[in-house]
Design a protein around this ligand. Structure first.
Ligand code: PMV
Length: 311
């Protein structure tokens, strides 16, 4: 049975500011989702009939990117859904990877473009950061200008993004999931209102951009002390933009005594935070004691890849 897997992600620096053309860095993590496909007599997802409501990403991917008849689809995910760790992007990418395998092989850029198209259709205003990092793995650095290491250039409406490869040293992060699901759209809209109304918010967005550019260098040098400091600074800037929450702040504060830095990751409001540390057990314990769900993850993993045939 053709199958493909794709990783979840964390946003290391630059979320929200990326919506206004600033750079952002996302890293693939060692939590994967695997999707297997075979021809069938009707579209089935884990034995259930395909539903637009419950399987919106697969539904859109089949409608817009598949014309080969009904599929029997099996999904196995190690990425907690609704946690801001990129489970919907990984699902879309792994599914498109599996159908590409069925047609003869995965072309990373083709899958990345189709996956972004699917996410945009389902979610509305998205940037290609989640789908790009799930395809490419390692790290991706997204910017409104072309730089070294370009992977692909994506346009949508009047917006455009240059997606670059970002080398990632072996780093350990602890994720703390607040247990609260917060939809991305309203948070992006809230920041946009603030941005449109005040000079101050525009300055904060500019500063997040500068912090991210500095982060690219620190990541390359594996300077964890400086990188952690930048993460914490980014968190404070995001909090000023109004996308942190008491739950996220509690987990960030719990992690800090054992970490180089900590911040919310993704849209915020709920979802997850990340801490960069070389004492993952300590951080995981502190997060659990403050009511979060900890996951110790490694960054710098493969992107979409074919998986061995299973029976
Ligand atoms: O919640 P996530 O992980 O999909 O991250 C959203 C990141 C934003 O910058 C807030 C929005 C975007 O599309 O880039």
């Amino acid at each position: 049975m053709p199958a493909a897997s794709a990783p979840g992600k964390i946003i290391l620096l630059g979320e929200h500011a990326v919506v206004f053309g600033k750079p952002a860095i996302a890293l693939g993590i060692d939590m994967r989702l695997t999707c297997a496909v075979e021809k069938g007599t009707e579209n089935l997802v884990n034995g259930q009939p395909l539903s637009e409501r419950y399987h919106s990403y697969i539904h859109a991917a089949i409608r817009d990117h598949w014309s080969g008849g009904p599929l029997n689809i099996t999904i196995d995910s190690k990425i907690p859904s609704g946690s801001g760790l990129g489970s919907s992007a990984a699902l879309t990418v792994a599914f498109l990877g599996a159908v590409a395998e069925m047609r003869g092989g995965i072309a990373e850029e083709e899958v990345a473009r189709a996956a972004f198209d699917v996410e945009s259709t389902v979610q509305g205003r998205a940037s290609p950061i989640d789908t790009s990092v799930s395809c490419h793995g390692q790290g991706v650095f997204i910017d409104s200008a072309r730089r070294e290491g370009l992977l692909w250039h994506i346009r949508r409406d009047s917006r455009q993004w240059y997606v670059h490869h970002c080398p990632v040293p072996d780093l350990t992060f602890v994720i703390g999931f607040t247990g609260m699901r917060a939809p991305t759209g309203p948070l992006v809209a809230k920041v946009k209102r603030y941005f449109d109304r005040t000079r101050f918010a525009r300055d904060v967005v500019d500063e997040i951009g500068a912090v991210t550019m500095e982060g690219v260098k620190r990541l390359r040098d594996r300077d964890v002390v400086a990188l952690g400091g930048l993460m914490s600074r980014d968190h404070n800037l995001l909090a000023i933009l109004g996308v942190s929450s008491p739950e996220l702040q509690r987990l960030v504060d719990a992690a800090m005594p054992f970490s180089y830095g900590a911040k919310l990751t993704g849209a915020g409001g709920g979802g997850s935070m990340i801490a960069l540390t070389d004492r993952p057990e300590k951080v995981a314990g502190a997060i659990a004691r403050r009511g979060g769900v900890p996951y110790v993850v490694r960054a710098g993993v493969d992107g979409v890849r074919a998986e061995p045939m299973s029976e």
